[in-house]
Design a protein. Structure first.
Length: 204
């Protein structure tokens, strides 16, 4: 699955770069404010379910993009490495940071409004590389490969672009976790975050 994901990503970017003279490619990087879904856990042998919402934290992303340009619209696939972080208050386990690393492949369709201003939207295909919940042992996620939606607005000034977008998964994607010698907690956590993403793009 991972090899297929990368092959599709490079094929889309290659077609975007080579198809038209007005097209291009470049690099991008930025910060995000992200928040994972609920954590559902059980403490000890009591069988009591505890549902905790995450406290959002700052993450980051960097990667590449290609652009196929038309008079009023454009197609922009991206290949991005993303790191997100949320925090949970776990009973008998203190506060635990939940880190998720993934490869993102947004395929964005944009519309040019006026001057340098444009809007865009499109699916975001994601492959989970790693997830870590503090001192707790996280088992395999339900689905390594998930799909979400990106919606945003941006401006282009010469070779530099700035955009802000909202990203949300279409469905929950849970990972199970178990406690250790310090805490007897087990349960599951939604690994698919909602994010506000700020990015800077440079055309090469």
């Amino acid at each position: 699955m991972k090899k297929t994901f990368l092959v599709v990503a490079f094929a889309l970017m290659g077609s975007a770069v080579m198809a038209q003279s007005g097209s291009g490619f470049g690099i991008k990087a930025g910060l995000s404010y992200n928040k994972n879904g609920d954590l559902i856990g059980s403490v000890g042998d009591g069988g009591q379910d505890i549902i905790e919402g995450a406290e959002g934290k700052t993450g980051y992303n960097f990667g590449f993009w290609g652009k196929l340009d038309f008079p009023k619209i454009y197609l922009r696939p991206e290949l991005v490495y993303s790191k997100t972080k949320s925090s949970y208050d776990i009973p008998d386990g203190g506060s635990q940071d939940y880190d998720v690393s993934k490869l993102d492949l947004p395929v964005l369709l944009g519309y040019k409004l006026i001057g340098p201003l444009h809007i865009f939207a499109g699916p975001a295909f994601q492959y989970t590389l790693n997830n870590d919940l503090g001192d707790l042992q996280v088992e395999d996620v339900e689905n390594d490969f998930t799909v979400g939606l990106n919606v945003g607005v941006g401006v282009n000034i010469g070779r530099l672009g700035l955009d802000v977008r909202y990203e949300r998964g279409f469905s929950e994607n849970e990972a199970r976790f178990i406690g250790n010698n310090i805490t007897d907690v087990s349960g599951r956590v939604d690994t698919r975050p909602s994010q506000i993403i700020f990015s800077a793009l440079l055309k090469l």
